[in-house]
Design a protein around this ligand. Sequence first.
Ligand code: ADP
Length: 440
Amino acid sequence: MRHYAPGEIPQSLHRTWWVPLAWVALTIVALTATPVLVSVRVQRVRRALSDGTNAARVAVNDLEVAISTRELALQQHDATAAAAAERRERADELALDSVLVYVGPSTGDEVAQIRAMEREWQRSANEPAARARALTAVLDTTEALDQKLARQADAERETIRSLERANVISAVVLAPLALIATGLLFWVGQRILFLAREATAGRAALDAALEEKSAVLRGVTHDLKNPLGAVYGYGELLADGVLGELSGEQHDVIVRMQGLVTGALRTVSDLLDLYRDEGGGLTIERTRADLNAITEACVADFAIAAQQAHVTLRLDRADRDAIVVTDPGRVKEILSNLLSNAVKYTSEGGEVHVTVTPPAASAAAYRISVSDTGPGIPADQRDRIFDEYYRLPGTASLPGNGVGLAIARRLARLLGGDISVDDAPSGGARFTLTLPATDG
Ligand code: ADP
C-alpha cells in the first residue's frame, strides 16, 4: 500500500485537476473565436457591398447616361459629343468589368447581353426604327441590371445587420455565461483539490494509527509468548514429577493448565504471524521436501489430541513419492491448523481423514485434504471463515480466535498454492491445501 505524506496529492488527482482547466480553456477559445469569425465574415460582406455591388450600380447608371447622351448627340449630328459619349461608354464598361469580380458571377450574363444589344444598336445606325428598338432594349436591360444590383445590396446590408446582432448577443449573453462556467469550474477544481488533500491527510493519519496499533500488538504478543512458553515448561517439570511426586488429581490439573497455555500460545503465535504478515514480515524458506513425510508427522502430532477427543484419525499417503520445493515448516503450520480445527469441531465418535493426492496428468498441483464428520461449513460462509477474527455462529463455546484460517490461507498463497473448502463425502467439512508440484 502506498503511503502519502499529509497534504500530498496522488498523481491521478493531478491529472483529474487538469480536466476542468482544459474545459475552461476550450470555453474561452470558443467564445473568443465566435466573435472573431463573425467579424471576419462581416468585413467580407461589407467589402462585397462597397467595392462590388454599390460600385457596379454606379457604373451601370453611368453607362445608361453615356448611351443616352450618345444617342442624343447622334440625333443632333454632333459628332464630337457622340465621340466623347462613346469614350465614356467604353470607360464605364471597363469600370463595370473591374468591379464585377466582387459582385459574383450572377450578373455576368446581363452585362454580356447589354454589350450585344449595344452592338445591335450601333449596327442599325441607318434604320431609325430598328435603332430606336435596340436603344429601348439596351436601356431596359441596364435598368433591370441596376434593379437587380439594388436588391442584392439590400440583401447584403441585411446579412451585415444580422451578423452584427449575433455578435452583440454572444457578447451580452455568452460572455457572462462563460464567466459563470469558468467560476464554477474553478470552484469545483478547488473543491477537488481540497478534498484530495483532506483524504490523503486522513489516510496518512489512519496509516500511522494502524502502524502504531500493530507495533503495540507486536510488542505485547511477543512479550506474552516468552513467559507463556516458560509456564508450559514449568508445567512439564511438574507433570513429569521432576520436582516431586504429584497426586493423580494434581497431575490432571497440571495437564489441563498445559492445555490452556498451549491454546494461549497458539493464539499469541497466530497474532504474531498476522502482524508480521501486515508488515510484510512472513518469510518463506524453500527447500526440497516430502509432502508424505510432512503430513505423516503432522497427523502423528495430533494423535493424542484426537484420542482425547474420541475422534479417529486416518491418513492416506500418496501412492508415490511426493517431493516438492516448498517451505516444510510453513506447510506443517498450515496442516496443523486444518487438523486442529478438524479435531476441535468434530464430535465424539467422529472421524478425521487426511489424504495426499499427487497431481493428475492435467494438473500441476499436489492436494492435501483434511475431511471430517463435523457440522461442516454452510456454502454461504465458505469465504468468510478465511476472514480474520471471523468465527461461525455457534462456535463461540469452543476455544479459538478466528485467525488460524486467515493465516493458513495467506501462507498457502505465499507458497504458490491455496486453500479451499467444500463438503466432505461423509457430510462434514473438507479443507484442501493445493501446492505447486515443483521438484526443484
Ligand atoms: P478458530 O480459532 O476459531 O478455529 P479459524 O480461523 O481456524 O479460527 O476458523 C474460523 C472458523 O471457521 C471457526 O471459528 C469455525 O467456526 C470454522 N471452522 C474452521 N474449521 C472448521 C471445521 N473443520 N468444521 C467446522 N467449522 C470450522
